[in-house]
Design a protein around this ligand. Structure first.
Ligand SMILES: [Zn+2]
Length: 158
């Protein structure tokens, strides 16, 4: 496994729509392993493939310590309610802003072996799923946020 460099806001890579993963193979699994390592190294809650320069529809999240999920070709099948909270992004280091996200979200995706799986969650997990899916569309939280400002302590970032 290896740490990957994180692409920062201002780089066009973060503004492109990512393409589907066509085949879930060893290369994809290796990238996912690197992404988990990189996310943990940065104390992140999530990390999307374009944030490490890979223009494919996949991401990793760890909304609670030890609860890592890897999603490939995710598709939102349900999103209800609204929660408003502060969030940050590993591609926008040192800043936080206030964003409206679904309170509950249900996502269908492939796992690292190409099996169809359902992920659902509320709270921080719903925020992380929504934030990472936005990355795959070239959307950053700063596009939606109000009151983006420098964080005093290292924020939880995705
Ligand atoms: Zn992010």
């Amino acid at each position: 496994m290896a740490l990957r460099n994180i692409v920062l806001k201002g780089d066009e890579i973060l503004r492109k729509r990512c393409r589907e993963v066509e085949e879930v193979n060893d290369r994809i699994r290796m990238i996912l392993d690197d992404m988990v390592e990189t996310m943990r190294n940065q104390n992140g809650v999530g990390l999307a493939a374009p944030q490490v320069g890979i223009m494919r529809r996949m991401f990793v999240i760890e909304p609670e310590e030890g609860e890592v999920a890897e999603l490939i070709n995710p598709r939102i099948i349900e999103a209800t309610g609204i929660q408003t909270g502060e969030e940050g992004c590993l591609s926008v280091p040192g800043y936080i802003g206030t964003v409206d996200r679904p309170e509950y979200i249900k996502v269908e995706a492939l796992d690292r072996y190409g099996n169809k799986v359902i992920h659902e969650g509320e709270g921080i997990k719903a925020v992380a799923l929504s934030h990472e899916i936005d990355h795959l569309e070239g959307v950053l939280y700063t596009d939606k946020a109000t009151g983006v400002h420098e964080a005093e302590a290292a924020p939880e970032a995705e």
